[in-house]
Design a protein around this ligand. Structure first.
Ligand code: F6P
Length: 507
């Protein structure tokens, strides 16, 4: 899009906004905060505290049109091979349609039966073994909807190959009453296989080798490999190759989450996702929440030049949401080559970070308010809590509103320069009615499509992740050396080699 009239128009428009303070924009338009919003299905997006005007939104819409966003949305939702480097669809929206493809419907039925049985008292604990997209989604969602979960069943998540994680996740569990779900699309991921083998030994030690396999289920696109590991056919669930790992929460990858909250809550999450899918397909850009969020992100990233943004949920239950969005956004859009193989001509995916409010206020908000870098913030909050401590909730939300206000408007009446708040720092607020299975589904789909919107404008493929491969290959070679089954590589640099030597000497 770089070099087009639309891009140049936005650049010129941004120059006009240089030096314009958010205070000026709100004074000039007293109902700006009531106008620059969009809403769907109870979810409100207030983007008025960004450094933009109606004209900006219009120009960004024209940029989206120029990029062909509408047609690309249709292609993605209709299952066309939009993942061009791997020549396959990225058809996660099919997983949450009310009329899903037959194989999806069948798998949902198998999942519900499995989850129902797992919740019926046979097990005390279910441990999901997976990493990246095979962990972050179900872990995030299970934590988010604890209030909807089965209190009798302890659902835990094991991801890191660090043995300390295995030790902590299994701490206090009775192996005889623990079920493991091994989740790996490829069933080749080193971390997941190492944890699965250790889990199998742990179970076998307690109940005997013959019984061990009855403590395992699997979710994978490579069922033969799961069977090779000794997992029974009838508890191997399918993940299709047309679902990307970080887009897979609505597939069988969400099995541990479904086990925690039950099939009805899972279905409600799917309905929330589907609502956003259809909204993304049909709403005009000025009312389209995912498109607006994505286009404002582009405005901040490319035209103001801010390289990072923070996701700050004012909901402790969404503590893992920033980490989930980090994978979704950074693994999707951390690319410097366009779909046609040419170098990206503009900056692409920003650095995403964050943690729940109010904790962050006592940690990094100092930099947000007075640091030399501007960090756009996406606040997430809800009108009603999932607990009865309503006075806590008022305090929590008062802080969210105050932070957005302070960032935007600052305070310039202090004589002491150390106490000046420049303001003019952009933020967006997502305000939902309540954190429920449906609204969680809305949020997940909203961010998926935000990331998609940006990828289309940047001309990159958000659905591959070749950038993770080199590290995996090198680690495999080094692991073989550490295990004594391979010689040191003569081509290796002196730094890496001496670190390895020192490790081997001291371990
Ligand atoms: O880190 C790369 C990655 O391929 C992610 O995209 C994926 O979610 C994760 O590893 C786990 O992969 P798998 O489900 O195949 O074990």
């Amino acid at each position: 899009m770089y070099g087009t009239g639309e891009w140049r128009g936005l650049n010129a428009h941004r120059e006009e906004l240089d030096g314009v303070h958010l205070r000026d924009l709100f004074v000039a338009d007293p109902i700006r905060g009531e106008r620059l919003i969009a809403e769907t299905d109870g979810l409100l997006l207030d983007y008025s505290k960004n450094r933009l005007t109606d004209e900006t939104v219009e120009l960004l819409g024209a940029l989206a049109d120029r990029a062909g966003l509408r047609a690309r949305i249709e292609a993605m939702l209709d299952g066309e091979p939009v993942n061009t480097t791997e020549d396959r669809p990225a058809w996660h929206p099919a997983l949450r349609r009310p009329d899903p493809p037959p194989e999806v419907r069948a798998e949902l039925g198998r999942m519900a039966a499995f989850a129902g049985e797992a919740r019926s008292g046979r097990w005390d604990a279910v441990v999901n073994i997976g990493i990246g997209g095979s962990d972050l989604g179900p872990a995030m969602a299970t934590a988010a909807l604890k209030a909807y979960g089965n209190t009798e069943l302890d659902v835990r998540f094991l991801s890191n190959v660090d043995g300390a994680h295995f030790r902590e996740v299994t701490r206090g569990l009775d192996p005889a009453r623990t079920l493991f779900i091994v989740v790996s699309k490829t069933f080749t991921t080193t971390e997941t296989l190492a944890n699965a083998i250790t889990a199998r030994d742990w179970i076998a030690h307690a109940v005997g080798v013959e019984q061990a396999s009855s403590h395992f289920a699997a979710v994978t696109a490579s069922p033969n490999k799961a069977q090779g590991f000794g997992i029974h056919d009838d508890v191997v669930f399918t993940m299709w190759d047309w679902v990307g790992g970080r887009y897979s929460l609505a597939s069988a990858v969400g099995l541990s989450f479904m086990t925690a909250v039950g099939p009805d809550a899972f279905a409600a999450m799917l309905a929330g996702m589907h609502h956003i899918d259809e909204h993304f397909r049909s709403a005009p850009w000025t009312e389209n929440l995912p498109a607006l969020l994505g286009l404002i992100g582009i405005w901040n990233r490319n035209f103001w030049g801010w390289p990072t943004y923070a996701v700050l949920p004012y909901a402790q239950e969404l503590a893992l949401f920033p980490a989930y969005i980090q994978q979704l956004d950074m693994e999707s859009n951390g690319k410097s080559v366009q779909t046609d193989g040419t170098p990206a001509s503009t900056a692409t995916g920003p650095v995403v970070w964050g943690q729940p409010g109010t904790n962050g206020q006592h940690a990094f908000h100092q930099l947000l308010h007075q640091g030399t870098d501007i960090v756009p913030v996406e606040f997430i909050g809800f009108c009603r809590p999932n607990h009865s401590h309503t006075e806590h909730h008022d305090l929590l939300m008062a802080n969210l509103f105050a932070q957005a206000e302070a960032l935007a408007f600052g305070a310039s009446d202090a004589d002491d320069p150390h106490r000046q708040f420049p303001g003019n720092r952009p933020s967006t607020v997502l305000l939902g009615d309540q954190l429920t299975p449906r609204s969680l589904g809305q949020l997940v789909a909203l961010y998926e499509h935000k990331v998609f919107t940006q990828a289309i404008v940047w001309g990159i493929n958000p659905f591959d992740q070749w950038g993770v491969e080199l590290g995996k290959t090198l680690a495999t070679g080094i692991a073989a050396e550490l295990a004594g089954t391979a010689d040191p590589s003569p081509a290796r640099d002196s730094s890496t080699q001496s670190l390895i030597n020192r490790y081997v000497m001291k371990r």
